[in-house]
Write a protein that binds this ligand. Structure first.
Ligand code: IPD
Ligand code: CA
Ligand code: CA
Length: 269
């Protein structure tokens, strides 16, 4: 049986095929990285080159299919395409720190924007062979099944994901205040260590909500369309809608989005 929903649009077909192709090398490199743990200088450099190799495969596949589209990727040069309205946003390996530590929670994540709006997103976890994909107006899927955000409506039963990569002191303090407030109300607090998977898990109803700041567009672009198409709400933690620009995100099912935004806001007053 097909691993995909009955009709995969041409764009999603291109993106999912590119993700699967890049995954072959990423998985090979992941197996190798565990062998490098014993060497002091080995793993970090190796992971950087694994990132670059995956980036090249994705660029090659996507530009062969749509030669005129631009690129914004973590590992390579930003390219303004001849078609200035379309841009691929790519994180070839999201969750590099997990990858480096042989933790099997990382993803290949990519999105397509049209006039700045995310219209397609794909996040692929090659270890579990889980592919999360969505196109604006056409629903969100995990492998061949439609996905929806969770139906949980109370904080007491909610499993929330949070992370902070802001190392500046005021940022750390804000994050600690927020996590204290949320964890005192929620059933639990987690992070996969991979922003794109945290977002995919909210879209799939595994996590009920997630917030993080100081991310980059490539960490969250795919998740934005996945969330919206799965019936969730995605915004900045303060309610704004400039997530791609600010890198700050709050994603949840509609009810918990309201509750979480409230709890976060209260920690600042
Ligand atoms: C990181 C991951 C992580 C998040 C960091 C990101 P990378 O991306 O998404 O979950 O907390 O802020 O930088 O470096 O592994 O691609
Ligand atoms: Ca990333
Ligand atoms: Ca990365």
């Amino acid at each position: 049986m097909s691993r995909y929903a009955a009709t995969l649009s041409p764009l999603l077909g291109i993106m999912t095929a590119a993700a699967r192709k890049a995954a072959l090398g990423v998985l090979r490199d992941f197996r190798e990285v565990s062998q490098l743990q014993v060497s002091k200088k080995g793993p970090a450099d190796f992971v950087t080159s694994a990132d670059k190799r995956a980036d090249e495969v994705l660029r090659e596949e996507l530009s062969r299919a749509r030669p005129d589209y631009g690129f914004l990727t973590e590992e390579g040069e930003t390219i303004e395409g001849a078609d200035s309205e379309h841009c691929w946003i790519i994180d070839p390996i999201d969750g590099t720190l997990n990858f480096l530590h042989s933790l099997p929670s990382f993803a290949i994540s990519m999105a397509l924007t049209y006039r700045g709006d995310v219209v397609c997103g794909v996040t692929y976890d090659p270890v579990l062979d889980e592919i999360f994909y969505a196109e604006k107006g056409k629903g969100a899927y995990l492998n061949d099944k439609r996905m929806r955000v969770s139906a949980r409506v109370s904080m007491e039963e909610a499993l929330i994901a949070a992370a902070s990569s802001g190392f500046a002191r005021p940022e750390r303090e804000r994050f600690f205040r927020e996590t204290e407030a949320v964890s005192s109300k929620a059933a639990g607090l987690r992070s996969s260590g991979c922003a794109s998977l945290n977002l995919s898990y909210v879209a799939a109803g595994r996590f009920d909500g997630y917030w993080e700041r100081h991310l980059q567009a490539w960490d969250i672009a795919a998740g934005i369309v996945l969330l919206r198409e799965a019936g969730g709400i995605v915004s900045e933690p303060n309610g704004g809608d400039k997530m791609l620009e600010s890198g700050a995100i709050l994603a949840a099912n509609p009810r918990l989005h309201r509750l979480l935004a409230e709890v976060l806001r209260e920690t600042h007053t």
